[in-house]
Design a protein around this ligand. Structure first.
Ligand SMILES: Cc1cc2nc3c(=O)[nH]c(=O)nc-3n(C[C@H](O)[C@H](O)[C@H](O)COP(=O)(O)OP(=O)(O)OC[C@H]3O[C@@H](n4cnc5c(N)ncnc54)[C@H](O)[C@@H]3O)c2cc1C
Length: 380
């Protein structure tokens, strides 16, 4: 199944070639060195990947959300940390501006993203993860803006982002109805990185804790309307989750391709282990699961573009694809036997990388809650 038009399919061929020839050979080093090299980010800029999803009016190429999702899938099949640089800039930073931003915010920030500036989204706090409405970061009105105080944690693209979308409480005691979403530039006085967070997987992606100490943000940096920021965040995550589903599909595809090569070469009992039916059944189940994850991801992509059932489908895709990726990468490692458990092969990295897809942008427990809520709401 292909969800792109002919023109986008042609462009995607170059992306795939870039991912396989230039990114994949570096994936192991990116994991070890805990950094995506700048020259790869520059290549993504020069290939127009940052510009791809930005409308032409703001200096982009105006390609579809489906194209972006396919790019994330192809890059993740090479190196999910590299994919996350682009995913964060486009689905997490640019998307809320595209959906809710004022004309002035769009024309200030989107051309910079199109040129390759990196962005991020900062919503999680030490005391507010799954319960995103319980954030404590405060935004207090002062003159023509707001004074921000608080801490955001686990922020992807933290060291490299030039600006972040974040949320803060503007009307305490009102829960989700008292939250406003803003944009802040990295380097704003009183806004800084307080620590780097080291991780088991997607180690090339920078994850940080951010602190606001009386940081000033002008009122014109509000994304959408005051006290209506929770909706901005929730809709952003609807788009973001399709990106995470695509990341999971990419990781799983790579793990399975490598395992398939291996079982054809590895001999035991006098023949390739791929000759054993027990191994063949595993392979059949894993490819079937991968295809189901991919199809659900593409369906979620289309539903997001047409705004039909997108909450339900983006959560289903994220849930299914990430659980599938975890199972596929675990079983792919099993196919390598003891060698899979070593760092001589990439199977263990794929398993480490897959794990995050079950956690971020809403854990899979939270996806199940969303899915059940949507189903029950419809059947009232
Ligand atoms: C590598 C990484 C990158 C990240 N990037 C970003 C980012 O760029 N921006 C950002 O804002 N955040 C980011 N996050 C944060 C991420 O979205 C949160 O970690 C996630 O939403 C879970 O929140 P928590 O860690 O506080 O877990 P908790 O909410 O404390 O959950 C702990 C456990 O309880 C379960 N649980 C919680 N509530 C319920 C419930 N009602 N029913 C059943 N089970 C429940 C959870 O599923 C989980 O298993 C990132 C996290 C990581 C690890």
């Amino acid at each position: 199944m292909e969800i792109l038009n002919k023109e986008e399919q042609e462009v995607l061929k170059y992306v795939k070639e870039f991912a396989q020839k230039e990114v994949r050979p570096l994936a192991r080093d990116i994991d070890r060195n805990m950094e995506v090299p700048q020259h790869l980010v520059d290549r993504m800029k020069s290939l127009g990947l940052f510009a791809s999803y930005i409308p032409e009016k703001y200096g982009g190429a105006g390609l579809s959300f489906s194209f972006l999702v396919r790019v994330i899938e192809e890059l993740s099949a090479a190196c999910p940390s590299t994919a996350l640089v682009l995913d964060g800039a486009l689905t997490l930073f640019a998307e809320p501006l595209l959906m809710f931003g004022s004309e002035s915010l769009k024309s200030r920030y989107l051309p910079k993203i199109a040129e390759g500036a990196i962005g991020g989204l900062a919503i999680t706090e030490p005391g507010a993860g799954s319960d995103a409405a319980s954030i404590k970061t405060s935004a207090v009105k002062k003159g023509d803006g707001f004074v921000i105080n608080g801490t955001k944690t686990f922020i992807s693209n933290g060291r490299t982002a030039k600006f972040f979308v974040f949320d803060a409480v503007t009307d305490p005691g009102k829960g989700s109805r008292g939250i406003t979403t803003f944009v802040i530039d990295a380097g704003t006085e009183g806004f800084e990185i307080s620590r780097d967070i080291h991780k088991m997987g997607i180690r090339g992606s920078s994850t940080v804790e951010l602190v606001f100490r009386d940081a000033f943000v002008p009122a014109e940096n509000i994304v959408g309307e005051i006290n209506k920021g929770f909706k901005v965040i929730m809709e952003t995550l609807d788009a973001g989750r399709v990106g995470i589903a695509a990341q999971a599909v990419g990781i799983a595809q790579c793990a399975l391709d490598e395992a398939t090569d291996y079982i054809k070469k590895r001999k035991q009992f006098g023949k390739p282990i791929s000759d054993f039916q027990g191994i063949q059944f595993m392979l059949a189940d894993l490819y079937t699961k991968l295809m189901a994850a991919r199809l659900l991801t593409y369906e979620a992509c289309k539903s997001w573009e047409t705004h039909t059932d997108s909450v339900l489908l983006s959560s289903m895709a994220k849930l299914y694809a990430s659980d599938a990726a975890m199972q596929i990468t675990t079983d792919a490692l099993q196919l390598f036997g003891g060698y899979g458990y070593t760092t001589d092969f990439d199977a263990e990295r794929h398993m480490r990388d897959a794990k995050i897809t079950q956690i971020y942008e809403g854990t899979n427990q939270i996806q199940r809650l969303i899915i059940a809520r949507e189903i029950l709401r419809r059947n009232q």
